[in-house]
Design a protein around this ligand. Structure first.
Ligand SMILES: Cc1ncc(COP(=O)(O)O)c(C=O)c1O
Length: 422
């Protein structure tokens, strides 16, 4: 009997595994770009992901059959468009496990979301001598807005140091947390090193000192289930285009207590309750942060992208990506003169490296000619390049449609490049 149950359980597990394997193996067929470019080896997913047909269809369906402006017209088409736009807000809230959908603000992307918080939340509270903390591995989008806010206020931007592996020094971070600190902003996953930062631990530390924290989720949202309530994050940002969604749409999550205290960032239509020539009363959260006609079709596309991700087994996706990453690192380490930039113990599906004196742009050009798309450059993290004393790196970033054979092909071509340059 026991044997039978165990056999059945094992069979069930295998069946489930096989089904998921088939899904991941066939996942490319969901992405039309690979039908147009059958030989494309797309390894630049940290820059932007490819779009599944369901997302493309949702956008064209909206424009073909449902297009109207939102929150304005009272004719049926406009009402439906408004309902669909707001339904996606609920979907995003659920996807991130936010407490309620009013905490979700549509923006044009991570960059816009961070600028909004720096401008509307931080700047009015920041005084001369105050401090803002970011980490040594931030994307410029999570650096410059804080740098500018500090400059305007006469405040100091302080940097959590990292070690040679690309891991943050949390002991030093703890020492930096004083009553002068008005904001902490940290990336969940580094886009140039792949380091996954321990956000739960970091959030706990800052909240012990009552300091608000913004987490840049641009690189984490597609790979890891995010639970904003469990992590107790105050502000969270991401871009639709890194989550299989369209460009030009993103999200700012903020705890309602903070959003309610914030003045709007932009002014205009659809963000007011009442306007006279003398004064204006702004709409409640979230409308007050969505001035003008927003990217309605982008929101619809984002909703379809979340539906798509929700259909994946996210645990399977995580181990699939890990397998590809490990496979690549194992193979790269066998190449003489190649050094991996960013070797944190906790690392995501992003691998940056230098190969002797061969410039990453030369590597990218050669690989491009072989239909392999990778990124070469500073990845909008120039201070990270300075830290590792390299002008640029070559970066491979995986997604669900990358297969093991693509890693083999990539490494084979890399070896040819090395031979060519001697
Ligand atoms: C970690 C991180 N933060 C912020 C951004 C900026 O995102 P976007 O250009 O979509 O605003 C990126 C983009 O690569 C990123 O990787």
């Amino acid at each position: 009997m026991l044997f039978n149950i165990q056999t059945k359980q094992r069979a069930g597990r295998w069946l489930r595994k096989i089904t998921i394997m088939i899904e991941l193996k066939n996942i490319k067929s969901h992405f039309p770009i690979f039908q147009h470019h059958p030989d494309l080896v797309y390894l630049d997913n940290a820059a932007t992901t490819q779009k599944p047909k369901s997302v493309i269809d949702a956008i064209s369906n909206f424009y073909e059959k449902e297009n109207a402006n939102i929150h304005r017209g009272i004719y049926p088409l406009a009402v439906t468009a408004s309902q669909k736009y707001e339904a996606v807000r609920g979907k995003v809230a659920q996807f991130l496990n936010a407490k309620n959908s009013e905490e979700i603000i549509y923006t044009s992307g991570t960059t816009a979301s961070i600028n909004l918080v720096a401008h509307s939340f931080l700047s009015p509270r920041l005084e001369s001598g105050d401090e803002v903390i970011i980490s040594a591995m931030e994307h410029h989008a999570n650096l410059i807005p804080w740098q500018m806010a500090c400059k305007d206020a006469g405040a100091h931007l302080r940097i959590i140091p990292m070690n040679e592996l690309g891991e943050l020094d949390l002991k030093e971070f703890e020492n930096m947390l004083s009553s002068k600190v008005k904001m902490v902003a940290i990336t969940h996953i580094s886009n140039s090193l792949g380091t996954i930062n321990p956000i739960g631990e970091i959030t706990e530390l800052v909240h012990q000192k009552n300091i608000p924290i913004l987490v840049d989720g641009a690189q984490s949202v597609a790979h890891y289930p995010i639970d904003l309530q469990a992590l107790d994050i105050d502000f969270f940002t991401f871009s639709g285009h890194k989550l299989f969604g369209p460009t030009g749409i993103g999200v700012l999550y903020g705890k309602k207590q903070y959003l309610n205290e914030m003045e709007p960032y932009q002014f205009g239509g659809d963000m007011i309750k009442n306007v006279t020539f003398e004064a204006s009363v702004f709409a409640d959260v979230p409308q007050r942060f969505e001035a003008g006609t927003t990217n309605i079709a982008g929101v619809i596309g984002l909703g379809a992208a979340i539906d798509f991700v929700n259909e994946l087994d996210r645990n399977e996706v995580m181990s699939f990506l890990k397998k590809n990453e490990k496979n690549l690192i194992d193979k790269l380490l066998k190449i003489n003169g190649l050094s991996i930039v960013g070797q944190a113990k906790c690392k995501s599906a992003i691998v940056s490296f230098s190969m002797g004196n061969i410039h990453p742009h030369d590597i990218a050009t050669f690989l491009g000619a072989e239909n392999i798309a990778i990124r070469a450059g500073h990845h909008c993290t120039q201070p990270v390049m300075d830290f590792f004393k390299v002008p640029a790196t070559t970066r491979v970033s995986f997604s669900i449609y990358n297969q093991a054979e693509e890693v083999d092909f990539f490494v084979e071509k890399l070896k040819e490049i090395k031979q060519f340059f001697g």
